[in-house]
Unconditional design. Structure first.
Length: 217
């Protein structure tokens, strides 16, 4: 049985009820305290790592937002200068930046939820631990002291695969964009329906920007 499954049983149970059923209540309490101490260390380590990663996500989200704004400004500048082709390229780059931004925001939201859950779990464990310690302090002394040996394993921090996966995903998107830029421009007649629709969307967006700026289409 894993530590966290045992801890869940302890947290969801009434300590006094558990002790009433135990042959050696003092030994049971000491074991429970040991289990909760170990769980608190693991939850603290995991939550601290997620909080650190959350700061990295916040910076990346901010950078991605700036990238979206930057490419939009470049698209509008190109239109002002009468270069629709450059505007199209800027809009395509903005769409790539928007995809990255959406992905970052989604994963950031998941991480924020996990951090909050970790904090709540720490509060619950700490409260239950204090309850167990107080119960141990007020327990009548035994005639014979039983020494309880507990082998504690050093918690191994869990790798933050989510953060690594996100970085890999961003790298793939950027690599895909770079590869796409290096490819020869396909002939108009060879464009797929999806590419043609994307071109129409971009042209429509350029027309809207021109209308907003009072530029004749």
């Amino acid at each position: 049985m894993s530590v966290f499954k045992r801890i869940k049983d302890i947290v969801n149970s009434n300590i006094n009820s558990l002790l009433d059923k135990a042959e050696d209540p003092e030994k049971m309490l000491k074991l429970m305290i040991g289990e909760m101490d170990e769980a608190i260390i693991k939850v603290k380590s995991d939550t601290a790592a997620k909080m650190a990663n959350l700061k990295s996500f916040e910076k990346k989200v901010e950078e991605a937002e700036k990238a979206v704004s930057r490419w939009q400004e470049r698209a509008e500048l190109a239109i002002d200068k009468g270069s629709d082709e450059m505007a199209k390229e800027a809009i395509r780059e903005r769409k790539v930046a928007e995809e990255i931004l959406d992905s970052l925001r989604n994963d950031k939201a998941v991480l924020e939820k996990e951090v909050e859950e970790g904090k709540k779990e720490l509060e619950t464990l700490s409260s239950k631990l204090e309850e167990a310690k107080e119960r141990l302090r007020t327990m009548p002394p035994k005639k014979e002291v039983v020494k309880v040996k507990e082998e504690k394993t050093k918690p191994t921090p869990r790798p933050n695969t989510r953060f690594e996966e996100l970085e890999n995903r961003i790298n793939r998107l950027e690599a895909y964009r770079e590869l796409s830029m290096k490819k020869e421009e396909p002939k108009k007649e060879e464009k797929t329906a999806e590419e043609k629709l994307e071109d129409l969307e971009i042209e429509n967006e350029i027309a809207k920007i021109k209308a907003e700026k009072g530029i004749e289409v």
